[in-house]
Design a protein around this ligand. Structure first.
Ligand code: UDX
Length: 437
């Protein structure tokens, strides 16, 4: 099939490459000429394991190309809208400027029978509004909403073999046609039995924000338990293990620590609160305010803990920070708890030396005041405390004895409950963590 992908950021670049890998002929379109040039050379503009390989192969096949010209979308049967919906500055609501602008720009190039498929995360009600724009401008053109659930670090796998497909479609024959077109696009995954839920626009839009709200709630729930553990001497990691054996609860997303960050969970729950408020349903999602508050408290608590182990003040103390990204296997520092804590420590007068396997360039752009080094050895040299804030595999596997001779004080704070306290303590380190005795 001939497909266009509008917006080649995280979601769009991965989607375009994966659709070409499935055998479709794909044009990826973005207003950012630099991004288009990089992608056209087969280079991923961000760190995502597996993406460079898929991209290179798709480019070599001749089925994938990138362009800054929206007119190149003409002739495609299906047009995926993959642009960002960031949080509005100073507000909770999502900024729909890019979604609206890309649909407006696309409309003159559509033909009857074309299907526009929204993948961006949007406030409920957006799809119905855009469907009217599309069908008024081009009679016979249709719109569907097909939310994307990919995780950074697993984006290729999640796109090619998702847990489920959700199609929000119009009623009647247009809905059947739209469903048929999306089935043809995703034929390979559907053939392996991937579940597909065909529903109305509003339900499809809500599935995405409800899923992210649930995940955020699960994380904040266990972090709330961590707060209680801190007051009682209990161990939140053992608590989570014990809870997780109950299949109704499950162990995944019960890792207590610094909490959630990134480009999705924080802004999506805030946009949901804002939209629910507009709809008069703010009481129904009032708990999300608490989920957000618990999440923020983890960052403050980490800074407090750093002060506590440094006899009450971190002014002029040398603090090594391992990790800047919001999670491992990503170079993304958007709303990163790790980077936020590092900046908070610096604001209190500490000399913060930061390292990360992939995130330094992005972190430096946001927080140029911090000192960045390439290796763990450089970061911990002369440190009064070492803080593990993103649980990269190489940090989990650190040998306490290898660092012992480099630091000034053998104190490690584990912001992600990623280390074995027994191993570090038996090597003579003071080990502290969030929610652990
Ligand atoms: C998330 C959703 O998982 C994905 O389905 C959606 O499409 C986009 O948002 P992502 O932002 O890539 O994906 O990150 P995710 O793996 O969900 O982690 C989010 C944050 O929660 C990270 O900061 C992570 O460190 C934190 N987290 C996750 C915890 O603190 N504890 C956990 O147990 C799990």
């Amino acid at each position: 099939m001939r497909l266009s992908v509008i917006g080649c950021g995280y979601l769009g670049a991965v989607h375009a490459a994966c659709m070409a890998a499935l055998g479709h002929e794909v044009v990826g379109i973005d207003v950012d000429a630099e991004k288009v040039a990089a992608l056209s050379r087969g280079e991923a503009p961000f760190y995502e394991p597996g993406l460079p390989e898929v991209l290179t192969e798709a480019m070599a096949s001749g089925r994938l190309r990138f362009s800054t010209d929206i007119a190149d979308a003409a002739g495609s049967q299906v047009h995926f809208v993959c642009v960002g919906t960031p949080q509005k500055p100073g507000e909770y609501a999502a900024d729909l400027t890019y979604v609206d602008a890309s649909v407006d720009a696309l409309v003159p190039h559509l033909s009857a029978g074309d299907l526009v498929v929204g993948k961006s995360t949007v406030p409920v009600g957006t799809a119905a509004r855009l469907a009217a724009t599309v069908s008024t401008a081009v009679p016979g053109a249709m719109l569907a909403w097909n939310p994307e659930f990919l995780r950074e670090g697993f984006a290729v796998k999640d796109t090619l073999t998702p847990d489920r497909f959700v199609y929000g479609v119009p009623s009647g024959t247009d809905g059947e046609t739209a469903t048929g077109l999306m089935d043809a696009v995703y034929a390979e995954a559907l053939a392996t039995g991937t579940p597909r839920i065909v529903t109305d626009y509003a339900t499809a839009e809500l599935v995405k924000v409800a899923a992210n709200s649930f995940l955020a709630t699960k994380i904040s729930f266990i972090n709330a338990m961590a707060e209680v553990c801190e007051e009682t001497g209990a161990d939140v990691t053992q608590l989570a293990d014990a809870l997780g054996h109950d299949e109704r609860i499950g162990r995944r997303f019960l890792n207590a620590g610094l909490g959630f960050g990134g480009g999705c969970l924080p802004k999506d729950i805030r946009a949901f609160m804002a939209r629910a408020g507009e709809l008069g349903a703010d009481q129904a999602v009032g708990f999300l305010r608490e989920v957000d508050a618990i999440n923020s408290r983890r960052r403050t608590r980490m800074i407090d803990l750093a002060r506590e182990v440094n006899e009450g003040t971190i002014r002029d103390k040398r603090i090594a920070v391992l990790g800047t990204t919001f999670k491992p296997n990503s170079d993304d520092v958007r709303d990163s708890p790790a980077l936020d804590v590092a900046a908070g420590l610096a604001r209190q007068g500490a000399h913060v030396v930061v390292t990360d396997p992939q995130g330094i360039a992005n972190a430096r752009r946001r927080h140029p005041e911090l000192t960045y080094v390439e290796t763990v050895a450089e970061a911990v040299a002369g440190a009064d405390s070492v803080l593990l804030l993103t649980e990269w595999a190489e940090y989990r596997d650190l040998e306490p004895d290898d660092l012992a001779g480099l630091v000034a004080t053998k104190t490690i704070l584990d912001g992600r409950n990623a280390l074995d306290p027994v191993r570090w303590r038996s090597a003579g380190w003071a080990y502290r963590a969030l929610g652990r005795p």
